[in-house]
Design a protein around this ligand. Structure first.
Ligand code: SAM
Length: 409
């Protein structure tokens, strides 16, 4: 939509108070993005009708956006913001924030050599991957048959499922907010094509300590004390705790014999052959804790729709026992301890991508450095779990409790 600059363009843009910035929205709620909002009719009506959703409209041309600004400004809506920029550059501002993208009557770019410019080209679809928080929804409306056929192809090739499809939207019994272009096409009797494409996360990979189970030193210390006493070893449970923590920092994978030698060397003593084995079984048994009923309810729901995994830095058998005590082991397809890789080694995360695309994996953990940064760097999705350890980090979306996760998925 190219047009002459309206005379008041600069003044309108300078007076706009609802540009999207890193500060975000007043309310933390799902973000829907319209790319190519044009004069803003659809965006405004959607924001008015859906106060429980935050809307961002993006428009490449300032002259066009100035019409939208004039239309939207009188409403002072807390859930509507705009950006004047090319959709190409959105990932710097909106990475991991968006749940739904609308592409309404996007320019069709009919020439083959311009195919990259279509907003559903593989290049654009890839760039949207980073914008989506977890599950991705793209909704397209168009009058253009060729663009529609092209979009169906590129979306499927990028792993989207077509959840809704219509070749004559006006005929459907749908709540449909018209765009400026759509209203004109409707008047001319042109049929509107519509699709809703969804790409869901397939694997959810949970960290364990301070994510699924609140980390607490005491059960460890109790377990350590029991084993130290049994074998008459004159070291305190705190000593043992410290030396095991050092072991984790030093090694690239966990091994029980190696850990035993590490402790023996640190203490300059011989340890009985069964020491580490006893230690591991004691940690598993001593983990007495109240069950987290909300977590159980959410895992029950998630298991029906996703494959659930645990990726954790300790011995798999010990962590499985702890999960069993909490009544949640049965929800996971696999628990992956650190016998092969210790987090944050990217290889620990890559192992989950053998049969799915990284963008179909969601990692949930309390540690930005150990869980989230390595996952996001690989193109996985990530949620920072901050129930037990508070932290503020704008780059990664947070969840404070399990209900928030259920609502998102
Ligand atoms: C044909 S108009 C449709 C406008 C509106 N969606 C409607 O349906 O009435 C397409 C709009 O998308 C904008 N646009 C095209 N490519 C864009 C891009 N890469 N980033 C942002 N806006 C873009 C154009 O400037 C134009 O205003």
């Amino acid at each position: 939509m190219r047009m002459r600059n309206p005379k008041d363009k600069d003044q309108v843009i300078n007076s706009c108070t609802f540009f999207y910035t890193e500060e975000g929205f007043v309310k933390d709620q799902p973000i829907h993005l319209e790319i190519g909002m044009g004069k803003g009719k659809f965006l405004l009506e959607m924001a008015l009708n859906n106060p429980q959703i935050n809307f961002i409209g993006v428009e490449k041309y300032a002259a066009v956006a100035s019409y939208a600004i004039k239309k939207i400004a009188p409403y002072h809506l807390p859930n509507l913001k705009i950006l004047i920029m090319d959709a190409e550059n959105l990932k710097d501002l909106l990475a991991h924030q968006v749940t739904t993208i609308y592409l309404n009557f996007s320019d069709p770019w009919p020439k083959k050599r311009h195919a990259k410019r279509r907003l559903t080209s593989p290049e654009y679809l890839k760039s949207y991957e980073t914008l989506f928080k977890t599950n991705a929804t793209i909704i397209q409306k168009t009058d253009n048959d060729a663009l529609f056929a092209y979009s169906l192809e590129t979306l499927k090739a990028q792993g989207y499922e077509i959840a809704e499809l219509s070749y004559d939207l006006a005929k459907e019994n749908k709540d449909n907010v018209l765009t400026e272009y759509e209203a004109k096409f409707q008047e001319q009797g042109i049929k509107i094509k519509y699709l809703k494409a969804i790409k869901k996360v397939k694997k959810i990979i949970f960290d364990l300590d301070n994510t699924l189970i609140k980390f607490d030193h005491d059960p460890y210390l109790l377990a350590y004390e029991q084993v130290l006493k049994k074998h008459h070893i004159p070291h305190s449970s705190e000593d043992l705790y410290a030396v095991i923590a050092k072991y984790e920092d030093t090694v690239s994978k966990y091994d029980k014999n190696q850990m035993q030698s590490f402790i023996a060397e640190a203490w300059q003593c011989d340890l009985p052959a069964s020491f580490t084995k006893d230690l591991c079984s004691a940690i598993g048994t001593y983990w007495v804790k109240e069950k987290d009923l909300l977590l159980i309810e959410v895992l029950t729901y998630l298991k029906k729709n996703y494959d659930l995994y645990v990726l954790t830095n300790f011995f798999t058998d010990v962590q499985e026992k702890r999960l069993e005590h909490m009544g949640i082991l049965k929800y996971f397809k696999k628990v992956v301890g650190s016998e092969r890789f210790v987090k944050p080694n990217p290889a620990a995360f890559k192992a989950f991508c053998e049969d799915v695309d990284p963008s179909e994996c969601l990692v949930i953990g309390d540690s930005l450095d150990h869980d989230l940064k390595p996952a996001l760097n690989l193109g996985m999705k990530g949620l920072h779990f901050t129930k037990y350890l508070e932290s503020s980090c704008k780059e990664v979306p947070q969840i404070k409790n399990w209900n928030e996760l259920k609502n998102m998925l």
